[in-house]
Ligand binder design. Structure first.
Ligand SMILES: Cc1cc2nc3c(=O)[nH]c(=O)nc-3n(C[C@H](O)[C@H](O)[C@H](O)COP(=O)(O)OP(=O)(O)OC[C@H]3O[C@@H](n4cnc5c(N)ncnc54)[C@H](O)[C@@H]3O)c2cc1C
Length: 184
């Protein structure tokens, strides 16, 4: 129902920035036919294992999460690199898959939980929205001064006023894996 979706968008965003009006006007020219609407799903029940026999799940198949932290694809890549590394390092496939499961299940399920929490917080409506907004402002202010939201980096971040953001998960460069596996 593209026309109906356009009406919903106009209702929600009609009072926003003029640039957004132009986008909505262009969408209206085609009767809203270009609007794509998809429902969002996450994996409600965390899996007890990402491995069964000689089969391993990676990416969304293992830990589909809401997109509120922008991490699903990043985690899928880290899954792939970790799995490739374990398969390269160990003689038995079963041992490699078990090591992959141990390395990746807990951190990705923690992120999926955090993403869902963020999703609930972001979509909180009145009357709780002002409370949410105040809590987020406080969190960001306190986080910035304590380094919780902006981790304390060893090296100064050029162009940043505070310390650089440090990710809680390893970057690809930190993973002890021959990165050629990504392109081979
Ligand atoms: C709105 C939105 C915004 C997002 N933003 C970010 C972001 O900013 N950063 C980030 O890191 N992640 C983001 N994500 C998450 C990211 O898109 C996913 O986590 C990522 O695409 C998962 O990759 P995947 O390969 O595991 O699964 P998919 O991308 O779903 O790939 C699975 C593929 O398998 C195919 N397939 C399924 N069944 C079969 C079959 N039987 N036979 C053959 N092929 C099949 C599907 O067609 C699909 O192409 C976002 C997601 C959404 C919805």
């Amino acid at each position: 129902m593209p026309g109906g979706d356009l009406a919903v968008l106009q209702r929600h965003f009609g009072a926003w920035h003029p640039g957004l009006h132009r986008v909505l006007d262009r969408a209206a020219e085609g009767g809203g036919a270009g609007i794509s609407r998809n429902d969002l799903y996450d994996l409600a029940e965390p899996l007890p294992s990402y491995v069964s026999g000689r089969v391993a799940l990676i990416g969304d198949a293992a830990h589909a999460m809401t997109p509120d932290l922008g991490r699903g694809a990043c985690e899928a890549l880290i899954d792939a690199v970790t799995l490739a590394g374990e398969l390269t390092a160990r003689a038995r496939v079963e041992d490699a898959l078990a090591a992959y499961d141990t390395a990746r299940r807990r951190p990705t399920q923690r992120l999926a939980r955090a993403a869902r929490l963020m999703n609930r917080a972001v979509h909180t409506r009145r009357p709780l929205a002002p409370v949410r907004n105040a809590a987020m402002r406080l969190f960001l202010t306190v986080g910035r001064t304590t380094g919780v939201t902006h981790g304390r980096a060893q090296a100064p971040c050029p162009g940043c006023r505070g310390p650089a953001v440090v990710s809680a998960v390893p970057s690809l460069a930190d993973l002890d894996v021959d990165r050629r596996v990504l392109v081979d």
